[in-house]
Design a protein around this ligand. Structure first.
Ligand SMILES: Cc1ncc(COP(=O)(O)O)c(C=O)c1O
Length: 361
């Protein structure tokens, strides 16, 4: 069996470092907001040459707090892609605003800048870009539109750790960036974890308070805050893994390059463009008989996933905002996309087996 992913194997190289760090953590007895969190925030900011990293409980909270800190008028419109994981849209709603969905480009799967301009109204206050599958959005035209209309840019970097656009890292392309370290992410914790990056000191100060009950000083609460601190133990584990992120990226790119070179043309492959350094958090292909292909691969011992099977506008939870709206490009992607094994738990031989099977489909 070639599983889609195998997290025990992904984390095996760090096991002895995790065990040593856990023993020290136990001996120290400081479980929340300790030195481990400070150290990870320092390292994660330094990796991005960003001024501030603020650890939070998960990627959804990172998005909610990144929106909240902007202090937009209640009910502002925030532009977001029509094909994204539901968290990007939920964050806008939880922050008290209105999601305005814009279709992706069918080749890049990321928000199409040409659709953004048409969606801007006087109520639009921000654009939430999602660097889906590990490819950055086409940021130059997006930044130009944002600047022309005075809009904030929030990056959803849950799938794009270490990806670059024109040499610049995802997470440094807008005003605020939200990361998830969900275990299967390219930089994954051993539980839930997330972080926000920003260059703006005022945001950083407010975010440190917002994640901690709106408090900078114990029992003194200046904002209506949350309990969304990045768990100390997860921060310690993430600091152990962060130095390997570039090697993780290189491994996934090497596997992806095999698919790109050897899959038959009947499979629609991710585009490779100059100026984009993709990290293949998800290596997806598209095929008109996606479900039959998935079943065939499963019968032949290959695990695959679908990111995602239901388009956001067809989710019951989002009906009050999206019922009746049509997003044909997003729906086409949802109907045809299939995610192939492409993890650090895989070797090149695994990928060659998948390729051989697929080319015989
Ligand atoms: C694009 C995107 N945004 C946000 C999230 C939310 O992250 P988390 O699961 O850590 O809350 C995810 C996670 O799967 C994601 O893929």
């Amino acid at each position: 069996m070639i599983p889609y992913d195998q997290l025990s194997k992904v984390n095996q190289p760090y096991q002895s470092a995790f065990e040593k760090a856990f023993r020290e953590f136990l001996e120290k007895g400081w479980y929340i907001m300790g030195e481990g969190l400070k150290e990870f925030e320092k390292q994660f900011a330094a990796f991005h040459q960003a001024k501030h990293a603020i650890g939070v409980a998960n990627g959804l909270d990172a998005l909610i707090l990144a929106i909240k800190v902007l202090d937009l008028p209640a009910g502002s419109e925030i532009i977001v892609p029509s094909n994204t994981y539901i968290a990007s849209i939920l964050a806008i709603i939880h922050a008290g605003h209105i999601p305005v969905l814009v279709e992706p480009n069918i080749a890049s799967y990321n928000i199409d800048p040409t659709g953004i301009e048409a969606a801007v109204t006087p109520k639009t206050k921000a654009i939430l870009v999602v660097h889906l599958y590990g490819k950055c959005c086409n940021m130059d035209p997006i930044s130009q539109i944002a600047q022309a209309h005075g809009l904030a840019i929030i990056e959803d970097c849950a799938q794009s750790h270490d990806a670059r656009y024109k040499g610049r890292l995802a997470g440094t392309l807008g005003h605020l960036a939200a990361f998830s370290f969900y275990p299967s992410k390219n930089l994954g914790a051993l539980g839930d974890a997330g972080a926000i990056l920003t260059q703006v000191e005022e945001y950083a100060i407010k975010l440190r308070s917002l994640r901690n009950y709106g408090s900078h000083q114990k029992y003194q609460n200046d904002q209506v805050g949350f309990n969304s601190r990045l768990d100390e133990l997860q921060a310690i584990f993430l600091s152990i893994k962060l130095p390997s992120l570039t090697a993780i990226t290189a491994h996934k790119r090497a596997l992806a390059s095999l698919y790109l070179a050897h899959l038959k043309p009947e499979f629609i492959l991710p585009i490779v463009e100059e100026g984009y350094e993709d990290v293949y958090h998800i290596f997806n292909i598209r095929h008109p008989r996606r479900d039959a292909l998935k079943a065939y691969l499963f019968e032949n011992g290959v695990g695959t996933e679908i990111h995602y099977p239901i388009a956001p506008n067809h989710q019951k939870a989002l009906a009050p905002w999206l019922a009746g709206k049509k997003y044909p490009i997003s729906e086409e992607i949802h109907a045809t996309t299939l995610s192939l094994p492409c993890s650090v738990c895989h070797e090149k031989a695994d990928i060659f087996k998948v390729i051989e099977l697929m080319n015989a489909f």
